[in-house]
Write a protein that binds this ligand. Structure first.
Ligand code: HEC
Length: 118
């Protein structure tokens, strides 16, 4: 059987289109990936900074009121599992975030707050 050049070119173009669509489908921005890329910074400033402060020192009015933990302090040691549970379930005057943030967002913000210890 003989294929004309045009037929082959069309087939190649079709393949390339399907391939590209597949790549976008597999690697495209899933909600979770977008969250992870957005990173903990935005999540922290929207949900945590009003108590823990944008510098982690918890010296905001709300932070002093609720006696929020100073995330720069030697008295606080980051612990990924413990912190993720704390953020999800809250404690005392810290509200639970499990209905507000996805698990991926909680993990991202728990990683983010480690920077205050540096
Ligand atoms: C309404 C104020 C408030 C907000 C908002 C808040 N926190 Fe807290 N946070 C607290 C208080 C108060 C504590 C101390 C709780 C206790 O031990 O009684 C605390 C404790 C913590 C601790 C220490 C937990 C431990 O036991 O070592 C971490 C980590 C933490 N918060 C992270 C976060 C993160 C991340 C966010 C945002 C998703 C957040 N907090 C939002 C008030 C707040």
């Amino acid at each position: 059987m003989q294929y004309s050049f045009v037929t082959l070119a069309k087939a190649a173009a079709l393949f390339a289109t399907i391939f590209a669509a597949l790549i976008v489908f597999i690697w495209g921005p899933s909600a979770e990936r977008v969250e992870a890329q957005r990173g903990g910074a935005a999540i922290y400033s929207q949900n945590c900074a009003r108590c823990h402060g944008s510098d982690g020192r918890a010296q905001t009015q709300k932070g002093r009121q609720t006696k929020a933990v100073d995330l720069t302090s030697d008295d606080w040691t980051p612990d990924t599992d413990h912190d993720a549970r704390r953020v999800a379930n809250g404690k005392g005057s810290m509200p639970p975030f499990k209905n507000k943030l996805t698990q991926a967002e909680i993990n991202a913000v728990v990683q983010y707050i480690r920077r205050f210890k540096r």
